[in-house]
Design a protein around this ligand. Structure first.
Ligand code: UD1
Ligand code: UDP
Length: 385
């Protein structure tokens, strides 16, 4: 048996590793061990719950408003103890968080091969996204199997002199999860009804009139959390949202707010009282897919959301200066708008006021995968690719 430690630390890692973990568990000859670093607590638990997964080991490292160095120190210590105990043959990490960087280095220090899922994303700018660009570069340096989601990410790795034979273009596992969830919601009436009830309760808790439903009003879906946007960036994002809420008073802005206190506090302080901005707690994946599917457009600085929304045919405005996911921009469904209020306001207005501009971006495009990324990854791990 090949023992594979599947490491997850944050919400997006768990969403994107769910199909990989399950495919490992279903494969002959692979014994997966699901390790939660606990870099996120509540937001990771939400994902594990929805995907019906239980961590075999929980390192529980999160502390309130953690610093990068403090988090890194706790992760190295806990991960090394885990590796000593589990003795995996391979360690799998996903993406570019601090858990990923520490997981990859810890495995490397013990001479254990590393598989990097979502390898080769690059902006070329160490400050954006911060610290993720550095995390994925460091993880990539010690990786044995690079699971690149797209041809573009493969090319990035080749430019860094990674051996071609070590790179496997698999598609992004985010699309595996999304396709399964969209089909499940389409096919299951009672599941859809349950989701509607849950969402209705959340909307009312956030200030919507009682009895109001998601479908009653067109809405913009917002998420945001990037460290380089903390401070002035979020102040600007909030003032843009307030302006948009006032201009488009027949719309709602629905915003599930990330638990990072640097985000939560400013967003609630600046937007908490506006009647057509509904601030929700982070919602579980099933609800978020429904929210994306029903939205007019998505305004986000998230990596994963940039990949998901185009396959649902939703225009995405990305509140960042640069992206490591150029495929969505090239496909015409994603635009970078940064955090400058004038730019956010004018780009949203353009989409809401000009139907043909909207139609040009609202295309169902799927540059990030076909839903079978996990199967390709497992083939490599099983030595069959
Ligand atoms: C982290 C990742 C980022 C990823 C994002 C996904 C790093 C440095 N950052 O950012 O790459 O895109 O997750 O969401 O790896 N918190 C809670 N409960 C939770 C989660 C977070 O209370 O379930 C609060 C805590 O106070 C915590 C803070 O948020 O200290 C920051 O968490 P952290 O994981 O360091 O950074 P994120 O901004 O969440
Ligand atoms: N997501 C979720 N609930 C929310 C917001 C986002 O389940 O309230 C999902 C979303 O579908 C995507 C992932 O979380 O798959 C993105 O996570 P996040 O934006 O926190 O991190 P990033 O992708 O930027 O690393």
């Amino acid at each position: 048996m090949t023992r594979v430690a599947v490491i997850v630390g944050t919400r997006p890692e768990a969403i994107k590793m769910a199909s990989v973990y399950k495919a490992c568990a279903a494969a002959d000859g692979i014994d997966p061990v699901l390790v939660s670093t606990g870099q996120h607590r509540e937001m990771l638990a939400q994902v594990l719950d929805v995907f019906e997964m239980t961590a075999d080991i929980d390192l529980n490292v999160m502390s309130g408003n953690q610093t990068l160095a403090g988090l890194t120190a706790r992760l190295f210590d806990a991960l090394d103890g885990m590796l000593e105990e589990v003795k995996p043959d391979v360690v799998l990490v996903q993406g570019d968080t601090t858990s990923v960087m520490c997981g990859a280095i810890s495995a490397f220090y013990r001479d254990i091969p590393v598989g990097h899922v979502e390898a080769g994303l690059r902006t070329g700018n160490l400050r954006a996204p911060f610290p993720e660009e550095a995390n994925r570069l460091i993880a990539g340096r010690v990786t044995t199997h690079h699971f690149a989601p797209t041809e573009g990410s493969r090319q990035n790795l080749l430019r860094e002199h990674v051996e071609d034979s070590a790179i496997h273009v698999t598609g992004n596992t985010v699309i595996d999860s999304l396709m399964i969830e969209v089909e499940r919601q389409r096919a299951d009436d009672s599941l859809r009804a349950g989701i509607d009830v849950e969402l209705q309760a959340l909307l009312v808790d956030a200030g919507a009139p009682s009895g109001s439903r998601l479908e009653d009003t067109p809405y913009i879906l917002v998420t945001g959390h990037r460290r380089e946007n903390h401070g002035q960036g979020f102040a600007d994002i909030c003032s843009s949202l307030a302006w948009l809420a006032s201009k488009y008073s027949d719309h709602r802005i629905i915003y599930p707010v990330h638990l990072n206190p640097n985000v939560r506090e400013v967003v609630h302080e600046q937007l908490g009282d506006l009647h057509n901005i509904l601030l929700l707690p982070p919602v579980h994946y099933r609800l978020f897919v429904k929210l994306m599917n029903g939205s007019r457009l998505v305004l986000t600085d998230s990596g994963g959301v940039q990949e998901e929304a185009p396959s649902l045919g939703k225009p995405v405005l990305v509140m960042r200066e640069t992206t490591e996911r150029p495929e969505g921009v090239d496909a015409g469904t994603v635009r970078l708008v940064g955090t400058d209020p004038e730019k956010i306001q004018s780009e949203v207005s353009r989409l809401l006021d000009d139907e043909s501009a909207y139609e040009q971006m609202a295309m169902r495009k799927n540059p990030y995968g076909d839903g079978h990324a996990a199967a390709r990854i497992v083939q490599v791990l099983a030595g069959k690719a």
